[in-house]
Design a protein around this ligand. Structure first.
Ligand code: FAD
Length: 276
């Protein structure tokens, strides 16, 4: 197995430019199980990002209210950060529900995003926050909205020579938020569904509500049709159902069924909308 261990971000992206078959390795909590299962093997080559932790694990609140998070910030760091706890509670709630202590110590926010699992717990919250990603390559840095990053099941618009280096999380106006993860157990379970939502206190604003969910289609989903329905006050059971069915296409798998996922998601969202 070939492993390259760069000492800096510049060294990493220069190397990736010439060696695009090398797979970025951060906390390894998604990659190690793939090695154990034989999906990946000694034939694969890795670029270990762990020497870049100092460079890429910042959590900074900007003057405009946006939060900049380095891609190598661990989930534990998100859980322990007081700015996130105070100003971005949806992110805090999502992070604390990931894995176990051991997993949160290693797992990174960049890995959660890049792995592109439709069940990833952080992504719906980041979608509700209208987040964007910073992708860095040898000579270029580009920014892409997270909602446009996922192309199809486990496929993203990241080029093999790019690294996710940062995440820009926009603040929400005052309002109500909801994080709900439904799995088999309270801890260490993959989501049957995961939901993040926000409704502004002043509903007459330009952007009064946002909904996003995981494990309800092939990619993490912002529920735009549902949002439109709520904005236009079409919130009867059938109106919400029709809107939601245009946003999602859940499947039957080992964790749950298509019907369960649809009905539970609808119920969670209805309760949140109707809550006074
Ligand atoms: C027991 C267990 C429980 C888990 N529980 C949960 C859970 O409850 N919720 C949840 O959402 N996830 C869970 N996970 C999945 C995993 O822990 C997370 O997705 C984690 O955030 C992945 O981060 P990592 O740093 O370990 O990624 P890695 O395994 O290092 O990488 C994951 C993917 O991202 C790519 N990558 C990593 N960093 C970058 C980067 N900076 N730029 C470009 N590509 C990059 C890698 O090439 C790889 O494809 C669990 C995993 C395990 C083993």
């Amino acid at each position: 197995m070939k492993v390259f261990i760069p000492k800096s971000l510049q060294e990493a992206v220069s190397f990736l430019k010439e060696n695009q078959n090398f797979i970025p390795f951060a906390g390894g909590t998604d990659l190690m199980p793939l090695l154990a299962k034989g999906v990946l093997s000694k034939k694969n080559s890795f670029i270990d990002l762990n020497n870049l932790t100092e460079e890429l694990s910042f959590i900074n609140l900007q003057e405009d209210g946006n939060l900049w998070i380095g891609s190598l910030a661990t989930i534990r760091k998100l859980c322990e950060n007081h700015i996130i706890a105070e100003h971005f509670p949806l992110i805090a709630a999502s992070a604390i529900n990931i894995g176990s202590v051991q997993i949160r110590n290693l797992a990174t926010i960049g890995g959660n995003i890049a792995n592109a699992s439709p069940a990833a717990d952080l992504i719906p919250a980041l979608l509700v926050h209208d987040s964007s990603l910073i992708l860095t390559s040898d000579k270029k840095t580009r920014q892409i909205d997270l909602k446009d990053y996922y192309v199809s099941y486990k496929r993203t618009s990241r080029k093999p020579y790019e690294l996710i280096t940062g995440i820009i999380v926009k603040p929400l106006e005052q309002g109500r938020i909801l994080f709900r993860k439904i799995g088999n157990r309270k801890n260490l379970s993959l989501s049957k569904i995961v939901v993040s939502s926000y409704i502004a206190k002043e509903f007459e604003t330009k952007d009064p509500c946002r909904f996003a969910a995981g494990s309800v289609k092939e990619i993490p989903a912002r529920l735009f049709n549902l949002e439109e329905s709520v904005i236009n006050r079409r919130i009867s059971e059938s109106e919400l159902r029709n809107a939601l069915l245009r946003d999602i296409s859940p499947i039957n798998d080992v964790r749950s069924t298509c019907i369960y996922r649809t009905e539970v998601l609808l119920r969670v969202i209805r309760k949140f909308i109707e809550w006074k």
